[in-house]
Design a protein around this ligand. Structure first.
Ligand code: TRP
Ligand code: SF4
Length: 403
């Protein structure tokens, strides 16, 4: 078992259509960064797509392939991150089922997205078992990798919270392995004499005086230990808190700041607003979209002065332009010194430049789809190895070991 699972990062996306620059600035740039710092698992949540698109499944495989090409194109690197498809790691489903046995229905019913989405997607019948279980399947996705951090947007925080509650309940119910105390004490001694002594002191302070600072300190202390196995670390966490072994560690949400990427109309870039620029959209189409995007309505004629604050192009300058260009816009717009097309040109250039490597890489991958399949195959295998390990521990903890 590898060390440092709490440093493991996991995130997923549903394959619901091609990605745009909003995804890049909101999520993917962050993934690319994280892969250098952590052991990352990124996956296509195709089962989650089924919860709302169960009537129209034929697009899912293509969408899954395309989304992986999008990830690879922006620089998610299969040498650094494990890329895989949820349904090809069926262990997620087994863990989901096992967790369903201990998850009260009320926990799922009170997840805010449950009723919200049902109301938003009125035209679909979402009174299904699978839809109710959406966040629990997500919990299984996370817990099966014992991921410490889950980069998600604000809308997913409640799902991570549910994952934490389910993990806690699981550990409470099944974390008492035989000989737990002895094993925990032995694990403490494996850290060396001084560390063990410190650990016992901190534990005593927490358990006898209920000092929450001691708990914090104890956790930080254990996280910083380099040379203990995951199993031992989890025992020591559990022993510190007075519970049993932590079989499924509680994940944290790593909040991705809301994307500030504006769309072509100045609203947030989103497929449902029809204001997007595709990640690897053809240059001509990008040019046309930007040239025809609206500007300050006060600038009817070239000689009418405008106000950048009332113009969606200005918002794009905020993302793409440096101080000098921004100043040029502010002045030129307010004095009618520049025309709108002129003003848009630096944005057009910057967007095209940003997309250039995306387009190049995607062309390479699309010319060799087998290479993409090989990346996915390898990722699925790697993910399965980890998932199998966790399930092994889960089955054992639950007393479902028949061999
Ligand atoms: N529900 C997530 C979304 O819609 C996708 C997802 C599924 C996910 N399983 C996950 C995200 C596990 C993070 C971790 O965006
Ligand atoms: Fe918008 Fe630029 Fe035209 Fe001003 S000059 S209205 S900022 S596009």
């Amino acid at each position: 078992m590898s060390l440092g699972a709490e440093k493991r990062v996991l995130s997923g996306m549903r394959p619901t259509g091609s990605l745009h620059l909003g995804h890049y600035h909101g999520v993917l740039k962050n993934w690319v960064q994280l892969q250098h710092e952590f052991e990352c698992f990124f996956f296509v949540a195709d089962w989650h797509a089924l919860t709302t698109s169960y009537e129209e499944t034929s697009i899912i495989p293509t969408a899954a392939f395309d989304i992986v090409v999008d990830w690879l194109s922006v620089g998610v690197n299969p040498g650094e991150a494990t890329i895989f498809i949820q349904s090809r790691v069926p262990e997620h489903a087994e863990l989901h089922l096992l967790l369903s046995m201990i998850t009260p229905i009320s926990w799922l019913e009170r997840v805010p997205s449950y009723k919200d989405q049902q109301e938003k997607l009125r035209e679909k019948d979402l009174s299904t078992y699978g839809f109710l279980g959406y966040p629990l399947l997500q919990a299984a996705d996370i817990l099966i990798y014992r991921a410490g951090s889950v980069p998600v947007g604000e809308d997913q925080v409640a799902h991570i919270e549910l994952s934490r509650e389910v993990a806690r309940r699981f550990n409470f119910l099944y974390g008492r392995e035989p000989g737990f105390e002895e094993k925990a004490e032995a694990a403490a001694h494996k850290m060396g004499k001084r560390n063990a002594k410190l650990y016992f002191e901190i534990r005593k302070r927490y358990q006898e005086e209920g000092d929450p600072e001691a708990l914090q300190r104890g956790r930080a202390f254990l996280e910083a230990q380099q040379n203990i196995s995951i199993g031992d670390r989890e025992r020591l966490f559990g022993y510190l808190e007075g519970g049993g072994k932590v079989i499924l560690p509680e994940p944290r949400a790593l909040l991705t700041p809301a994307s500030k990427m504006p769309g072509l109309d100045g609203e947030k870039m989103s497929k449902s607003y029809n204001n997007t620029i595709g990640l690897r959209e053809a240059p001509d189409s990008v040019r046309t979209k930007l040239r025809t995007m609206p500007t300050d309505p006060a600038r009817v004629r070239r000689n009418d002065p405008g106000d950048p604050e009332k113009c969606p192009v200005w918002q794009l300058h905020q993302i793409y332009s440096g101080v000098d260009v921004k100043q040029w816009v502010q002045e030129g717009c307010r004095t009618a010194g520049i025309g709108c097309l002129e003003c848009k040109q630096p944005v057009i250039d910057a967007v095209l430049k940003e997309q250039e490597p995306f387009r190049e890489r995607s062309q390479e991958f699309l010319a060799d789809p087998d290479s993409v399949r090989a990346i996915i195959d390898e990722g699925c295998e790697k993910a399965r190895d980890v998932a199998r390990d966790t399930l092994e521990d889960v089955r054992q903890a639950m007393g479902l070991q028949y061999r």
